[in-house]
Design a protein. Structure first.
Ligand SMILES: Cc1cc2nc3c(=O)[nH]c(=O)nc-3n(C[C@H](O)[C@H](O)[C@H](O)COP(=O)(O)OP(=O)(O)OC[C@H]3O[C@@H](n4cnc5c(N)ncnc54)[C@H](O)[C@@H]3O)c2cc1C
Ligand SMILES: NC(=O)C1=CN([C@@H]2O[C@H](COP(=O)(O)OP(=O)(O)OC[C@H]3O[C@@H](n4cnc5c(N)ncnc54)[C@H](OP(=O)(O)O)[C@@H]3O)[C@@H](O)[C@H]2O)C=CC1
Length: 472
């Protein structure tokens, strides 16, 4: 067994692990650091642009792990998987038997797709996580005639938008699409893009503005995982794939789940998918885009506390229940008392923020300093692209956790923009900004400063009034 030692140990080469390494390189370049990564490619963030103080957009690429050595002269890279961690004696052992002694460790092992139940017995049910799974999906796409997509979050929305030349049956358990990210109004806004060409320059801008209340609007790695999770733009690889079947077709089936998937040998289609409403769909394969499971795929001398979602419970310093063991990214379950406008969603942004926070806290532990939680945890922010539109989500954008006690202010211009403000007691709690709204910074300020907007009434979203002037 080979043996190495380091002050800092980071496990996982996804965005959380790499950010942790990069931050430690800045905070403590003279100290020894080891990263254990199962893949020679790690994630790298570029083109960081700030829409506002906490609203950040960036690109994510694969890069050779060895390139990390350029930024950290004392970095050692172990190309292996963590097998066991002994938190009492502060040692970690990898699959091929390397023993690593550490002072502080950060677990960044990410997540794996949480698939529908029958996936265990059927190879035609696919999850999407990494480059390998996309390759398999591409192969199925180019030969398939009909696919069923299950789930109503980011991956399902992107697949529906990006795929062509195959029949798509999208099975969602909500009564509107893309429920993880948007509300029924925004879903309708997106669905117009299925019917109209959003690039049509002659579209008429009909403007609607209305104050809604809740009642009005809302119905109410593991060891086999060799590379990190994909991120923005992964679906572009799918855009040019067509098969011989011709026209694209999309059918959305609402308020149902998949009851069972059965393989058939002597049938036109190899799969029978039975839905909870009794309907039977025949198809070539099923995409299960049904969320993420934290990947705690190694053993411990002492089990740490887990969060409700199976992730490693971490406090505001990203430390687990075991001293000197930190965790960041999809594997972690945020278990502190959140600020009113923040909550956890497993996203690039949060993996990066947690990786950076963990590095600061690990450094503070080694140097006996105190560190406060980073400001970015004050406000939930997410910038993405859905159905070809820029989408910025801020704070409690869907009224999450606000009970029934909030108001919605909405402005929408079909095919152009959809703006939703969530207000409680006259103060902005969250916002959905779809399109080039240019309202990000103003919304960020209004949420963070909790300014009473009652005096402005509906003018806050009046397109003829430059609301920024009020606050200058
Ligand atoms: C298809 C897809 C599209 C996405 N699109 C977006 C998007 O548009 N915007 C967005 O914000 N987020 C997006 N996400 C989510 C985002 O990719 C994740 O939240 C983020 O990558 C998590 O980073 P991570 O570092 O925690 O985990 P991962 O990226 O999963 O990295 C974990 C790493 O740890 C390694 N590992 C696992 N176990 C071990 C072990 N025992 N020993 C050593 N190494 C190990 C893995 O091989 C991997 O390299 C998307 C996710 C998917 C799957
Ligand atoms: N543009 C972006 O920002 C993107 C982000 N991602 C991220 O990647 C990760 C994986 O994406 P994804 O898989 O789409 O996960 P998400 O968590 O975004 O969405 C999962 C969806 O599946 C539904 N679901 C869960 N279990 C079932 C089931 N048994 N039957 C039917 N529906 C079910 C969930 O419903 P319910 O909410 O009711 O549980 C939810 O609508 C997530 O962390 C996501 O945030 C992925 C792609 C794009």
């Amino acid at each position: 067994m080979s043996e190495i030692g380091a002050k800092y140990l980071v496990v996982g080469g996804g965005i959380a692990g790499v950010t942790c390494v990069e931050s430690l390189a800045i905070l403590h370049p003279e100290e020894s650091l080891v990263i254990v990564t199962a893949s020679s490619l790690v994630k790298n963030v570029t083109n960081v642009s700030f829409y506002a103080k906490t609203i950040v957009k960036f690109d994510v690429h694969d890069t050779e792990a060895a390139s990390l050595q350029k930024i950290h002269p004392n970095l050692k890279i172990v190309y292996d998987s963590l097998k066991h961690i002994d938190t009492t004696n502060k040692t970690a052992v990898t699959e091929s038997g390397t023993l690593i002694k550490y002072d502080v460790v950060c677990i960044c092992t990410g997540g794996i797709p949480r698939l529908i139940a029958d996936a265990r017995k059927c190879k035609r049910i696919l999850g999407i996580r990494d480059t390998e799974s996309v390759e398999e999906f591409k192969e199925k796409l180019s030969n398939g005639r009909r696919m069923v997509i299950v789930g109503n979050g980011g991956i399902a929305s992107e697949i529906v938008h990006a795929t062509r030349g195959i029949q798509k049956i999208w099975v969602v358990r909500d009564d509107y699409i893309s429920a993880t990210f948007v509300d029924p109004g925004a879903a309708e806004f997106f669905q117009n893009t299925f019917k109209h060409n959003s690039n049509d320059k002659n579209r008429s801008s009909i403007l609607k503005r209305h104050v809604f209340t809740e009642e009005d609007t809302l119905v109410s790695i593991n060891k086999n995982l060799k590379s990190a999770a994909l991120g923005p733009d992964w679906y572009r690889k799918l855009e040019n794939i067509r098969n011989e079947t011709g026209e694209q077709e999309l059918q959305i089936i609402y308020k149902v789940e998949v009851e069972s998937v059965i393989e058939r040998n002597n049938s036109e289609y190899p799969l029978d998918v039975k839905l909870t409403d009794g309907k039977l769909i025949q198809c070539d394969f099923v995409i299960s885009a049904t969320g993420v499971e934290p990947a705690v795929n190694f053993s411990w001398d002492i089990e740490p506390v887990y969060g409700k979602d199976g992730g490693l419970a971490v406090n505001e310093q990203q430390e687990t229940s075991i001293k000197d063991v930190f965790a960041a990214g999809d594997v972690a379950c945020a278990s502190w008392d959140f600020s009113p406008q923040w909550f956890q969603l497993r996203l690039w942004t949060q993996a990066r923020q947690m990786g950076s926070m963990a590095a600061k806290a690990m450094h503070a532990r080694i140097t006996n300093e105190e560190v406060l939680q980073d400001f970015c945890f004050e406000l939930f922010t997410h910038c993405t692209t859905l159905f070809g539109y820029r989408v910025v989500l801020l704070g409690k954008y869907n009224g999450q956790g606000l009970d029934q006690d909030y108001e919605i202010l909405l402005r929408t211009t079909p095919n152009l923009e959809y703006i939703k403000f969530v207000l409680k007691n006259g103060k902005l709690q969250g916002a959905i900004l779809i399109g080039e709204t240019d309202l990000e910074e103003m919304c960020e300020n209004l949420i963070l400063d909790q300014i009473d907007l009652t005096p402005f009434g509906d003018d806050i979203l009046n397109p003829d009034i430059d609301i920024d002037d009020y606050f200058d």
